[in-house]
Design a protein around this ligand. Structure first.
Ligand SMILES: Cc1cc2nc3c(=O)[nH]c(=O)nc-3n(C[C@H](O)[C@H](O)[C@H](O)COP(=O)(O)O)c2cc1C
Ligand SMILES: [Fe+2]
Ligand SMILES: [Fe+2]
Length: 399
């Protein structure tokens, strides 16, 4: 037996049997300073059912965990809510152990996507949106949640326990001994927000639609079990409410000044802009792209009223970290932002227009042509930064 966590009972006969990844620090380009968990769940019923697996490297740990409750060979079926490898990587090992002919339930897109990921002739049983399945004492309902956040994503709901297996939704990248919201309190919310800002933000309209659909269906939840982080059992309504609020993207009187610099000129500009914003009562901070990870910056961007981006001109272009960040932010489609650009340059100064173009493509409201200063900003230059900060502050002061 390994040194891993033991299974934990969530509701009568329903167990967390997942794995904790204490060491992961980069999850497909998202900084995970506190690791993550891959949550897998076992339902002990007439039909013994496993919901999702874990990352490939943790498959043995999952099987050992299951063995503490039941011989894995006795598992009757597996439900895959999501094809991404952090939940399906362990499937080949699990199917091999429990029996390759055991039924594997997934969405229709899940069938396609699992087939693309694994060249295996598993006993696929695609389910419909709203489809039901009886396990003996319990009944499951499947809810397709297409593009939340993959085409194959779905939720599985246990009617009798009012318990939702929500796949990646409502998750957090956090490795800890805590398994439940009541063991963490408010401390879990920044992790949930960061997860939302970096994985789900672009699907905000779909999230709002899904919440409406679930409300119309009259579903209520005692417990929400995501595939990462803690389980919401004390107050599942809290994370749903937070998702609605975050999806709305209502801007606050807050500005994020994102930049990089080679010889500190753009830095001086950034800090002067932040000082002016602060003087006007705006919650503002400079975020240097070589000190702050892109995923932490996105967590700040989500509720900011203004996003101000600065770059020196390097070889007629943007500084690479600025391009990186703009590409990343554009993909996540933040809404309701005012944007502005600033740039220190030497001779050609293309950076500013390149930033403006990107901010326009993101449908940010560009409230100033931007500020371009040759080499090191002098007193007048810093004054111009101050003016830009003030102008932005005035525009968002009503928020
Ligand atoms: C390797 C290198 C390439 C540069 N290429 C350009 C350029 O193509 N066009 C331009 O206007 N300035 C260029 N510059 C000048 C910088 O943009 C200028 O020094 C600016 O003040 C740097 O701002 P910073 O102190 O924020 O790094 C270059 C500087 C370096 C070091
Ligand atoms: Fe995922
Ligand atoms: Fe995931």
């Amino acid at each position: 037996m390994g040194e891993q966590m033991k299974p934990i009972e969530i509701a009568k006969g329903i167990y967390w049997v997942g794995a904790i990844d204490w060491n992961i620090r980069d999850f497909h380009g998202y900084s995970t300073y506190q690791g993550t968990t891959y949550n897998s769940y076992l339902i002990m019923d007439k039909k013994i059912t496993l919901i999702d697996t874990v990352k490939k490297e943790f498959a043995d740990e999952l099987l050992e965990n299951i063995s503490r409750i039941v011989d894995p060979k006795k598992i009757d079926c597996v439900i895959s809510n999501h094809t991404e490898m952090d939940h399906s990587g362990g499937l080949p090992r699990v199917m091999h152990k429990i029996g390759e002919d055991k039924p594997l339930f997934c969405s229709r897109m899940g069938h396609k996507n699992l087939s693309h990921h694994f060249q295996e002739k598993w006993n696929y049983n695609p389910v419909e949106d709203g489809g039901e399945m009886n396990l003996g004492r319990r009944n499951l309902v499947f809810l397709e949640t297409r593009m939340l956040h993959w085409p194959d994503s779905m939720f599985t709901y246990v009617k009798e326990d009012k318990l939702l297996f929500s796949s990646d939704a409502f998750g957090q990248h956090y490795a800890g001994l805590e398994r439940f919201d009541d063991q963490m309190g408010e401390a879990i919310m920044p992790h949930a927000l960061k997860y939302f800002a970096n994985i789900l933000l672009l699907y905000s309209p779909l999230i709002l639609k899904l919440v409406d659909k679930v409300t119309e269906m009259g579903l209520s939840f005692n417990t929400i079990c995501p595939d990462h982080g803690i389980i919401w059992r004390k107050d599942p309504g809290k994370i749903i409410k937070a998702y609605v609020e975050w999806s709305d993207q209502k801007p606050k009187k807050k500005a994020v000044v994102i930049y990089d610099t080679m010889w500190q000129s753009t830095k001086k500009m950034a800090e002067a802009i932040v000082a002016a914003l602060g003087e006007e009562g705006v919650d503002a901070k400079p975020m240097n792209l070589r000190s702050c990870h892109r995923s932490d910056i996105m967590t700040e961007v989500i509720d900011a009223g203004a996003v101000i981006v600065g770059s020196p001109t390097l070889n007629n272009g943007l500084f690479p970290t600025v391009s990186d960040f703009l590409t990343y932010m554009k993909g996540l489609r933040p809404k309701n932002k005012i944007g502005a650009a600033f740039c220190s340059y030497g001779w050609s100064g293309e950076a500013m227009n390149l930033i403006n173009k990107e901010l326009e493509a993101m449908k940010f409201e560009i409230i100033d042509p931007g500020l371009k200063i040759q080499y090191v900003p002098d007193k007048e230059g810093l004054q111009a930064c101050h003016e830009l900060g003030k102008k932005i502050a005035q525009r968002i002061s009503g928020l």
